[in-house]
Ligand binder design. Structure first.
Ligand SMILES: [Fe+2]
Length: 279
């Protein structure tokens, strides 16, 4: 786990700050809704108060030596020789999309799909190279990152984020919510928890009750956890994805956008939809 330090964000009172968690893109799989993902990133590029944080599985990264390899899952743009160095090809592909917003990256974790490339294809240096090129503090598997919001009068507020790609398995809505709420239980210091891996669009809140330091006033505080969504279609024309083979339920496509009011740290989650997305 990595405590990745603070990022100071200057803003004018009344402005909102938006965080774009980037999870489970799965570039390099035929089922990736790549055009829609690019559209999402172009929205972030135009949003001058928008920042992003990476939660892994940016790339599919299943090489021909992997028992999960399916040649029919390769996208049209991939050439046979690209399989000779898949981590380089896929990481470069992701970097090219994210480099224009490198100055607004808050950190990046790897997902299980990157991790298998790092382990089995000795791609550790490629991962650190990716982090440098997309401006990301390297948060490896999971970590904390503090955002310090500073207004024009230098009034300050702080939001603590915990992020992990996530693990485990859940097929039902209840199971997925429980995995998400577990993050709030495990990391009680975080105001906002982000996880992916289960490829769904879910957000949940947990409220705690306490008293102030003099024990004279009741304080209620609410923390939020958000599952990062995906850009990988469960069902695709012409080939059976690993999701289809496991008969997983189809999920909506897209990553969330979390809007924060820096003065109060009030948060709301949006799930932009672009239903030009077809299978
Ligand atoms: Fe994934």
């Amino acid at each position: 786990m990595i405590a990745a330090g603070q990022r100071v964000i200057h803003y004018k009172r009344g402005q909102r700050i938006r965080i774009y968690p980037i999870f489970d893109v799965h570039l390099g799989n035929l089922g990736c809704a790549e055009e829609s993902f690019r559209h999402h990133i172009s929205r972030l590029r135009r949003d001058r108060n928008g920042y992003w944080m990476g939660g892994g599985d940016y790339t599919d990264g299943i090489n021909y030596t992997d028992k999960r390899f399916d040649p029919r899952a390769l996208p049209k743009w991939m050439r046979p020789e690209d399989l000779a160095d898949l981590p380089r090809v896929l990481f470069d592909y992701f970097i090219a999309i994210m480099e224009p917003v490198a100055d607004r990256c808050l950190g990046a974790c790897w997902g299980n799909h990157e991790y298998s490339m790092l382990r089995y294809h000795s791609a550790w240096s490629r991962w650190s190279d990716l982090c440098k090129r997309v401006g990301a503090p390297n948060m490896e598997v999971s970590g904390f990152r503090d955002l310090i919001f500073l207004d024009e009068d230098r009034r300050k507020s702080k939001l603590r984020i915990v992020i992990a790609h996530g693990g485990g398995w859940a097929a039902t809505a209840g199971g997925k919510v429980n995995r998400l709420r577990k993050m709030l239980d495990d990391f009680p210091g975080a105001d906002l928890a982000l996880m992916g891996h289960l490829h769904d669009q879910i957000d949940t809140r947990k409220t705690g009750i306490d008293a102030d330091d003099d024990c004279k006033t009741i304080i209620q505080s609410t923390r939020m956890a958000v599952m990062g969504g995906t850009w990988l279609r469960t069902y695709t024309q012409g080939f059976a994805s690993y999701a289809e083979i496991r008969q997983m339920s189809p999920v909506p496509l897209g990553n969330p956008v979390i809007e924060i009011e820096p003065e109060t740290l009030a948060m709301q989650v949006g799930w932009p939809m672009r239903e030009a997305v077809v299978a």
